[in-house]
Design a protein around this ligand. Structure first.
Ligand SMILES: C[S@@+](CC[C@H](N)C(=O)[O-])C[C@H]1O[C@@H](n2cnc3c(N)ncnc32)[C@H](O)[C@@H]1O
Length: 311
């Protein structure tokens, strides 16, 4: 994909639980040379903040098509507005940044400002540009940059303690916008992305992780839980894309690390290659729990099938 006009590196424009910056090298090592050395289609069905997507699309100019998807419609609206209407988005964010910073010494007014923006966001009656700006504003100013909604899909994270948070990262938004120009942005269930696959396709799948304990893991990106039934549906999807000859790489939590008898993923992905890699997580309210954990990187070996399709 020709993104040579861009001098800067585009990076995630929001903080999102499960960011993958720590695992980029490990993920890169799993991409077969056959894919790296040819034109390929890149599909990311659970894009979130897109740490892997931004990195991969700028690293591999031989990506001829890129498709990103997420079920969170507020997130996807923001991607689309950055792609199509970034100037207006920046205008709005700049105004709010100025207003918010001017209140930095007045906790009471600052709180009022934050909660009025949260209320406005939750009404979901503003135009798409305003909704996208609210999404970014809340992400930058809320507690710990967390995204969490209740069962009514209302964003319910309290105000964060940042004194002067950067709300409008203009340079990055412009760079992200350029990167997105040739990217297909979808909003829906991960299974729908399959129809965008072509001969040489790489899927990177980063679903909501299976919680490793009742309290430890964060899983509320949407008002529907990604429970074990969903994890099983996803594994079936991976089997299907494997049988079609596409390469996939999937991340998930290592439940066995916490409980050696928990073979959930080892059984579910028994046919595939399961690696345990070290990863640091940083979205945890308790700093003592922001330690090192192992995570799973699971891959299929579609290399030979891809070669035979290509021939
Ligand atoms: C772990 S996050 C992705 C993290 C991301 N790759 C990053 O680097 O920040 C998982 C994402 O899956 C999305 N999701 C949950 N259920 C989904 C579904 N059925 N289909 C597609 N996306 C879904 C959530 O909205 C969330 O953004």
């Amino acid at each position: 994909m020709d993104i040579t006009r861009i001098n800067k590196t585009a990076k995630p424009f929001i903080k999102w639980a499960g960011g993958k910056s720590q695992l980029l090298t490990e993920i890169d090592n799993e991409i077969p040379n056959f894919i790296k050395q040819n034109q390929f289609t890149y599909i990311e069905p659970f894009v979130g903040a897109g740490a892997v997507f931004f990195w991969i699309i700028q690293k591999y100019p031989n990506i001829n098509k890129a498709i990103i998807n997420d079920i969170n419609s507020d997130l996807i609206n923001t991607y689309r507005i950055i792609k199509e209407n970034v100037e207006k988005l920046i205008q709005l964010l700049k105004i709010w940044e100025k207003e918010y910073h001017s209140l930095q010494n007045n906790i009471h007014e600052k709180k009022e400002y934050y909660y009025s923006k949260r209320k406005l966001f939750n009404k979901r009656q503003s135009d798409n540009i305003t909704q996208a700006a609210l999404f970014i504003f809340l992400n930058r100013t809320c507690y710990n940059g967390l995204y969490r909604v209740n069962s009514k899909n209302e964003f319910n994270v309290p105000i964060g303690s940042y004194k002067k948070p950067m709300i409008c990262d203009e340079e990055n938004l412009l760079t992200v916008s350029e990167v997105l120009q040739n990217v297909t942005i979808l909003c829906g269930d991960f299974e729908k992305t399959l129809e965008y696959s072509e001969n040489n396709t790489l899927f990177y799948l980063d679903p909501p992780y299976k919680p490793i304990s009742d309290t430890s893991s964060f899983n509320s990106y949407t008002n529907k839980d990604f429970d074990d039934v969903e994890q099983i549906r996803l594994a079936k999807f991976c089997e299907k894309i494997d049988s079609l000859g596409y390469k996939w790489i999937l991340s998930n939590s290592d439940v066995k690390g916490k409980n050696p008898n928990d073979n959930f993923f080892d059984e579910l992905y028994g046919k595939f290659i399961i690696k345990r890699v070290l990863a640091k997580r940083n979205i945890n309210a308790n700093p003592n729990k922001r330690g090192e954990l192992t995570e799973l990187l699971i891959t299929n070996s579609a290399y030979e099938k891809i070669v035979s399709i290509a021939q």
